[in-house]
Ligand binder design. Structure first.
Ligand code: SAH
Length: 220
């Protein structure tokens, strides 16, 4: 592994270990998720000027008014998804952003289908995942409000931006037994939800309050 992937100083393995210890203190329990976050270099997903802050428990700017989600949120959403599913085959991700959440997911599922509405961010994400040799991801530049019907139904859906209501297309693209993790609500009052599709309909559980960028329509 090259020095830049491996990291030094504030981007070293020791710093990553400290981040994982903090995630455990914050209540993250899934060992597979913790192990993946221990080995995935988060600093390569942010601009070099911010690399020394990549392992802090904070969102950081990734350009275009968007942010990389804080480590706790990535861990929490991933855990809520895989705890119910074990090893999902097909997962739809809405909001590729810089690709960090994509990289974590891709190490836990057979294939990730990732949708991003801002083209330059999608390009950055592709480069980062290429550098990490992560190949089981398909990308599309589109409004995630449409899901990705060509590959539906999905075993899991993970949404990294907050709509005021869950888009119907996403509910329709869930397989029976599938799980969707999605923040919903207006800024200042968003809540993390888990939706499970059953033969009787959709069960919704609510988790903690969260602060995501808004889910926007159209493409840029
Ligand atoms: N998981 C990403 C989160 C990035 S922020 C990361 O850690 O980097 C949320 C992302 O969702 C942004 O890149 C934003 O452009 C994207 N987004 C917002 N609304 C969207 C929509 N309707 N369809 C696709 N992507 C969307």
């Amino acid at each position: 592994m090259s020095q830049s992937l491996q990291g030094i100083g504030m981007t070293s393995q020791r710093t990553r270990d400290r981040m994982v210890n903090r995630l455990i203190e914050q209540g993250v329990r899934n060992h597979k998720v913790l192990d993946i976050m221990r080995t995935t270099p988060r600093h390569i997903f942010v601009d070099e000027a911010l690399a020394s802050r990549a392992y802090e428990d904070t969102p950081l700017p990734i350009g275009y008014n968007q942010t990389i989600s804080q480590p706790y949120i990535v861990a929490r959403m991933t855990e809520l998804l895989v705890n119910k599913l074990g090893h999902p085959q097909k997962v739809l991700e809405i909001g590729t952003g810089c690709g960090y959440q994509t990289a974590v997911l891709a190490q836990l599922v057979d294939h990730v289908y990732s949708v991003e509405r801002i083209l330059p961010l999608q390009k950055k994400a592709k480069t980062h995942l290429f550098d990490l040799k992560i190949k089981n991801v398909s990308y599309i530049h589109n409004d995630g409000g449409w899901g990705w019907p060509e590959y539906a139904p999905f075993d899991g859906i993970l949404v990294s931006a907050a709509p005021s209501e869950i888009p119907d297309a996403l509910l329709e693209q869930m397989a029976m037994g599938a799980v969707m993790i999605i923040p919903t609500g207006e800024s200042g009052g968003q809540i993390l939800q888990r939706v499970i599709r059953t033969d009787k309909g959709y069960e919704v559980e609510e988790f903690e309050g969260v602060s995501f960028v808004p889910f926007l329509s159209g493409r840029e």
